[in-house]
Write a protein that binds this ligand. Structure first.
Ligand SMILES: CC(C)=CCNc1ncnc2c1ncn2[C@@H]1O[C@H](COP(=O)(O)O)[C@@H](O)[C@H]1O
Length: 248
């Protein structure tokens, strides 16, 4: 063998001759002049998604049993629905539940406000949006996510029930995702509660009428939803389900 041949050990491998690269792994790692296109490629995204799960699980794993509250981002503080959200957040906190919301304004803020004012744990799981936005002021534990689907896992994993206040597409998306998880037994003994009977009434009529009557859902599926205007009643439903599930 030619002892003049250049040789390099690279971790577990050995390269000689023309295969010896001009730089080392460390040099390339520390080189700030390299291209950055890989930041936007899928293998790197997968790592970023993984890190988001790791961060979310780490921050939330030691929460007490929580209830996730969904609701409109657009409701102003002087509206009756905001007031309902505050009362709901307080009632949940007084019953010992952490309250998880999407961390935004409107009814998310209302539920966080109620929870915080009642001395509870008020959690905001924020999402990066195209327009500037920060977590609301009534959160004592906040996590910001890049990916909607990672955040949605956190809404479910740490909660023992979902409560939907009035809302638009975002709330409906979260409500129906929750219902599908319950319907398909991906989560068990999980109450899904609608608060605001006037607001949700027409949707429920359509669920009972059109969906059930045309066989798109089973008649029993209608019972997966509870409706109330009373925060204490919502808490009672969650507590009973949590007891059945052995959560508390
Ligand atoms: C004023 C405005 C559009 C702010 C958007 N800011 C938001 N911040 C955090 N979560 C959000 C936001 N918009 C929608 N969501 C998610 O979707 C639901 C509300 O959507 P919507 O307003 O009902 O359809 C919330 O439960 C929340 O999880």
């Amino acid at each position: 063998m030619n002892s003049q041949m250049p040789e390099r050990r690279q971790g577990p491998s050995l390269v000689r001759g023309d295969l010896v690269p001009k730089s080392t792994y460390d040099q390339r790692l520390l080189d700030r002049k390299g291209p950055t296109g890989w930041l936007h490629e899928d293998p790197w995204r997968v790592l970023r998604i993984q890190s988001e799960f790791v961060e979310g699980f780490s921050v939330l794993a030691e929460l007490p049993t929580a209830v996730t509250v969904f609701g409109s981002a657009r409701v102003p503080p002087d509206s009756p629905d905001y007031e309902l959200g505050v009362r709901l957040g307080s009632a949940l906190a007084e019953a010992g539940f952490a309250v998880i919301t999407g961390g935004g304004p409107g009814l998310m803020e209302a539920a966080n406000k109620g929870a915080m004012e009642a001395g509870g744990i008020s959690v905001g799981l924020g999402i990066e949006l195209p327009h500037e936005q920060r977590l609301n002021d009534y959160i004592n534990l906040g996590v910001e996510f890049r990916y909607f689907f990672v955040r949605k896992t956190m809404f479910t994993k740490y909660a023992c029930g979902f409560i939907a206040l009035p809302g638009g597409f975002g709330t409906l998306d979260e409500l129906f995702e929750s219902l599908t998880l319950v319907q398909t037994h991906k989560v068990t003994s999980f109450p899904v509660i609608l608060m605001g009977s006037d607001f949700w009434g027409p949707l429920l009529d359509w669920v009972r009428g059109t969906l059930a009557e045309t066989g798109k859902i089973s008649p029993r599926d209608v019972d997966l939803l509870s409706v109330t205007d009373d925060p204490d009643e919502a808490v009672r439903i969650v507590v009973e389900a949590a007891r059945r599930n052995g959560d508390r």
